[in-house]
Design a protein around this ligand. Structure first.
Ligand code: AMP
Length: 516
């Protein structure tokens, strides 16, 4: 990447020469060519400029996955705005927090959420709200279509911000990870080289595009190599079986692999054109890794990274891919497993995973103090993950220091859910943990201590889940709620979540248990 270059221009350097080269194939068979991607993202960039968007202004987006959502991302890059995608499962309370914190110039929402969006935008002082529906229509598309299809000179780049992605905080307060054009470009360049992406690749793209995995890792690899994407609105195992024979690369979270394996019609023949299966965002179990290899003959390549810096480690393209590990540090990225004083540890010693490189983010939005805390004195970012090297230099992640629950590849931060549970009448206190789940990897599980003598309140599992559904995105709502008379605590007064995980992780009864 040239210094100061805009990420869009960098990605464009990999586009095929002819404008008709296919970029995306859609479920209805329609094809979006690279020329159209350029024109449509130019229209969005022109629209954003017409709305008075200045370089560095945030563009917040909460829509379903569609090609136009991708045009919106690219148009935002081209005009120098900062793209802020949100999980479409977020509810009013969450959206309001993001808008108030990020103060975007524009909020793009689904038509179904317009009333909520207007309310949140008004409270947060967001001047413009536009709509984009699941088919890619709505006021955003309408207004963009009236704009010129050329946007000659991209604005900003290099160390300027390209995107802010909110990661939840363990204290319940979400943090906006600020990523620059350069952060994203260097990681994309490394991954294309490492995973040998080529223009004749066909990427089966089934991940959401509000998250680092689907938006940056998958999309950037395809665009920078001028490849084609089979662009699906979401992952569906049965559809994937139909699309795999036309694909060469697949990226997924471990849940997708488990679901593919659960399909009786999933066979080795369906994967005959495939050259690479990549997994990440959560640990791929060795059992799934082995079963996948036995059935398909393909060894899944597991990689490791996070919102704050894209990808850090990957199993090798050539050479042995080891199940249960995330491979080696990527080129240009320093990864260390550190002890209490940030000193590098030897093989087999468990320590904190710390990373440094041009891909590491610029800090948390409007949280300079928090940002400083998350870096060591010699400039390494503290990932919050714990790991160890083996003798051959493969990294294994042994756990998360902060008790994050990863369900279906999405992170749930217990503190945020606990805070909301504790507000329910009749609740004395609560603890949220992740317990192993065959489909989601982990299932969010709550343990609640009832308040004694609370009159007129009947606190049941269904009542708690019902109360949480209106307040939280569905993936954060506990799948099970257990009631206990007290929470186990250590001498420092901290809830011992490991004890709870052991107690409730082994339970598979379908009724809530009353624990003494
Ligand atoms: P996110 O920022 O949502 O991408 O989540 C990043 C977190 O997901 C990391 O800090 C890890 O805890 C976890 N993670 C990502 N990839 C893997 C992997 N291959 N194995 C285990 N955990 C992973």
């Amino acid at each position: 990447m040239q210094s100061g270059q805009n990420l869009y221009d960098f990605l464009k350097s990999g586009f095929p020469k002819g404008p008709d080269a296919p970029c995306m194939t859609l479920p209805d068979g329609a094809v979006i060519a690279y020329g159209m991607l350029e024109e449509e993202s130019a229209r969005v960039a022109n629209l954003l400029r017409a709305l008075g968007t200045r370089p560095g202004d945030r563009v917040a987006v909460q829509v379903r996955k569609s090609p136009r959502a991708l045009f919106l991302y690219l148009g935002s890059l081209r005009v120098g705005a900062v793209y802020l995608p949100m999980n479409d499962a977020y509810r009013a309370r969450e959206v309001e927090y993001f808008l108030k914190d990020a103060r975007p110039h524009l909020f793009v929402c689904r038509p179904e959420a317009r009333t909520m969006a207007d309310g949140a935008a008004l409270k947060a002082g967001v001047p413009h709200v536009l709509e984009l529906d699941d088919e890619g229509e709505g006021s955003l598309a309408g207004e963009a279509s009236a704009q010129p299809a050329v946007f000659a000179q991209s604005i900003g780049g290099g160390d300027d911000l390209a995107a802010i992605l909110y990661t939840s905080g363990t204290t319940g307060r979400s943090k906006g990870a600020m990523l620059s054009h350069r952060n994203l470009a260097v990681n994309a360049e490394t991954l294309v080289r490492q995973w040998r992406f080529r223009s004749d690749d066909v990427l089966l793209h089934t991940l959401p595009i509000f998250h680092v995995h689907g938006l940056f890792v998958a999309t950037h690899c395809a665009l920078l190599s001028g490849a084609r994407m089979i662009f699906e609105p979401k992952f569906d195992a049965r559809r994937a079986l139909r699309l795999l024979p036309d694909s060469t690369v697949f990226m997924g979270v471990p849940t997708y692999y488990a679901r593919l394996l659960a399909e009786p019609e999933f066979t080795r023949e369906l994967c005959s054109k495939m050259r690479l299966f990549i997994s990440g965002s959560a640990p791929l179990s060795v059992e799934t890794f082995e079963r996948f290899r036995a059935l398909t003959g393909h060894t899944v390549l597991e990689r490791y990274g996070m919102t704050e810096g894209g990808m850090f480690c990957s199993n090798p393209y050539e050479g042995e891919r080891r199940g249960g590990t995330v491979g080696f540090p990527l080129e240009g990225i320093s990864v260390r497993v550190a002890g209490e004083n940030d000193e590098p540890l030897c093989a087999e010693q468990v320590g904190a995973i710390q990373v440094k490189g041009d891909n590491i983010f610029r800090g948390y939005w409007r949280m300079p103090e928090k940002t400083r805390e998350e870096f060591t004195s010699d400039g390494f970012f503290k990932t919050g993950d714990m790991g160890k090297w083996d003798a051959q230099g493969y990294l294994t992640i042994v756990g998360r220091s902060k008790d994050i629950v990863i369900t279906g590849g999405l992170n749930v931060y217990p503190a945020e859910v606990e805070q909301i549970i504790d507000r329910i009448p009749g609740v004395a206190e609560s603890a949220v943990i992740g317990v192993p789940h065959p489909d989601f990897g982990e299932a969010v599980t709550a343990v609640i201590v009832r308040r004694e003598n609370e009159q007129g309140v009947e606190l049941t599992e269904d009542a708690v889940i019902g109360a949480l559904k209106g307040a939280l995105a569905n993936f954060k709502v506990p799948k099970r709620v257990h009631f206990a008379t007290e929470l186990p605590r250590n001498t420092m007064g901290k809830v011992q979540k490991n004890v709870l995980r052991k107690r409730y992780g082994e339970d598979d009864s379908s009724d809530p248990i009353e624990t003494p």
